[in-house]
Design a protein around this ligand. Structure first.
Ligand code: FAD
Ligand code: FO1
Length: 451
């Protein structure tokens, strides 16, 4: 087996040997560098059976609008083409997996189902229902984290400082190169034709108003180009430029990583090989590996990852003490959404997200902490931040988002600071603090909407 057994969890263990193997693609929407697809191919080779890839298209998903679905569907169309080159058919199934995928597996008489790991509640619920519907071997492969989530740690980590040494020790075993997907030798007569990508859009029950980011190319080769651009043009100065929202110093890889069009493991392999400033490489890998895998750890082991109860005790207690503090300003979601607060810097960050589909990483902290300051409770702040983040960010609806918001509002993965109004001991960020870090006026100008 070329796929480490430590990457695989057996969700349902029954003995069935005949029939095609189905890879239920969800989080990892790519053909290259995909441990779940590679594992499914190994099972199919063992059985001398066909390998089929199925994607269950949910009519709605965690507040996603046409902006994110359009990006995702454009990427999936590339997946279908790339799989065809390896003689592996792709099926886009309309409907929730518990129906669409269960029916499909029965119709094709599948002998095994392979899924990709995702700690989000919605995915666990999908899988739990699938378990009751299917009576074939069912596997889950962590193809997202370099060190499989359940191997890196068996519990919720306090912060980057506790997870980092565990990852560092295990990386040599897992940060390996990928085997190549083989052209699949066993075929199954295909009844229906290729996916009608226009028609599938009519099936969606989503808000079509938030315009798409069609300027951003989607798909595996676009992701590879974005990686190449980052490695050759930006990695070298990443440490210097990444925290200045006026500069385009980040990698811009998050939409591709979120939709699984690019493997973080591939990014790490290429960064290690790249000729660039060592400090920048280390700073980038800290974010890509430690911070990102810490988010999956948080969502996997803390089922209240998007709720006040999920905050550490010290944060809950101090936020509770300040529940009745007078808020100098309070805004409703619609006022935040329209960027009409009293704070021009905050408004600029909101407009950057609405217009570009991606707010600068530094501004996300300030943006989110101000929502705590200008709402009536931490619960309302959480709901507001999650709603806006998941509606407008291309990379939204992701463990990184829930962890980032919980860090900003509830001190998750952070430590206690001095007690203050509204925030309690949760770290505070101020307009003045931003002014000492970057040219606030320039950022506002860059993102102001001309009336
Ligand atoms: P780069 O700086 O180039 O980083 C490269 C990669 O490292 C990122 O793509 C990401 O996978 C990882 N990374 C970087 N910073 C973080 C971080 N703080 N936590 C976890 N992983 C990180 N990220 C999302 O992917 N989706 C979200 O919805 C999201 N919402 C956030 C909300 C708040 C309030 C905060 C504070 C952070 C949020 N982040 C989110 C994390 C981070 O801001 C983004 O991952 C990053 O800005 C994406 O841009 P990039 O790929 O150009 O980043
Ligand atoms: N995953 C699916 O299996 N089916 C979907 O229809 C689907 C829609 C979707 C829309 C927006 C979005 O940001 C993610 C979406 N995902 C879908 C999940 C995605 O592939 C990722 O697995 C998670 O969002 C990241 O954990």
């Amino acid at each position: 087996m070329q796929v480490s057994g430590q990457r695989v969890r057996i969700l349902k263990d029954v003995e069935i040997k005949k029939g095609p193997v189905v890879y239920w693609m969800s989080r990892e929407q790519r053909v290259k560098d995909n441990w779940a697809l590679l594992y499914a191919q190994e099972l199919a080779m063992e059985r001398k059976a066909p390998l089929l890839v199925a994607f269950a298209l949910a009519p709605r998903f965690l507040g996603a609008t046409m902006r994110q679905y359009d990006f995702m569907l454009r990427g999936l169309a590339c997946v279908e083409d790339d799989l065809a080159k390896s003689a592996i058919p792709f099926y886009l199934l309309e409907g929730l997996p518990e129906k669409a995928l269960a029916d499909f597996s029965t119709v094709v008489n599948a002998s095994a189902l392979v899924s990709d790991f995702d700690p989000l509640r919605i995915k666990r619920e999908w899988k739990a229902t699938m378990m009751t519907r299917l009576h074939i071997p069912f596997y889950e492969v962590d193809a997202h984290n370099i060190v499989p989530c359940w191997i890196a740690s068996s519990k919720q980590e306090y912060g980057a400082y506790t997870l980092r040494p565990k990852l560092k020790r295990l990386l040599p075993d897992f940060l390996t190169d990928y085997p190549v997907l083989e052209r699949h030798p066993y075929r199954m007569k295909r009844t229906d034709g290729r996916t009608d990508w226009k028609k599938v859009r009519t099936f969606l029950k989503i808000d079509r108003s938030a315009d798409g980011i069609d300027s951003l190319e989607s798909g595996e080769s676009a992701a590879a180009n974005a990686l190449d651009h980052f490695l050759t043009q930006k990695l070298n100065d990443y440490d210097l430029r990444r925290n200045d929202p006026c500069l385009d110093g980040q990698s811009n890889l998050s939409p591709y990583l979120h939709f699984g069009q690019l493997a973080a493991q591939r990014v790490a392999l290429e960064v290690n090989k790249a000729r660039a400033d060592q400090k920048s490489k280390e700073a980038f890998l800290e974010e890509l590996i430690v911070r990102r895998e810490l988010s999956d750890n948080f969502c996997f082991y803390n089922e209240a990852y998007d709720r006040f109860e999920g905050f550490p005790r010290w944060a809950r207690e101090s936020l509770n003490e300040h529940r009745n503090d007078k808020r100098e300003y309070t805004y409703a979601v619609s006022q935040f959404e329209e960027a009409i607060t009293h704070d021009t810097l905050w408004n600029a960050a909101q407009m950057e997200m609405v217009r570009k589909g991606k707010m600068h990483g530094y501004m996300r902290m300030y943006w989110c902490k101000k929502i705590l300051e200008w709402t009536n409770s931490p619960e309302e702040a959480l709901a507001t931040a999650i709603c806006l983040n998941d509606r407008y960010e291309l990379d939204g609806r992701d463990p990184n988002g829930y962890a980032g918001i919980a860090w900003s509002i509830g001190g998750v993965h952070d430590r206690a600071w001095f007690d203050r109004k509204t925030f309690g001991k949760v770290r505070y960020m101020s307009y003045g603090g931003c002014q000492s870090k970057f040219d606030v006026e320039a950022y506002i100008k860059q993102n102001r909407v001309e009336p």
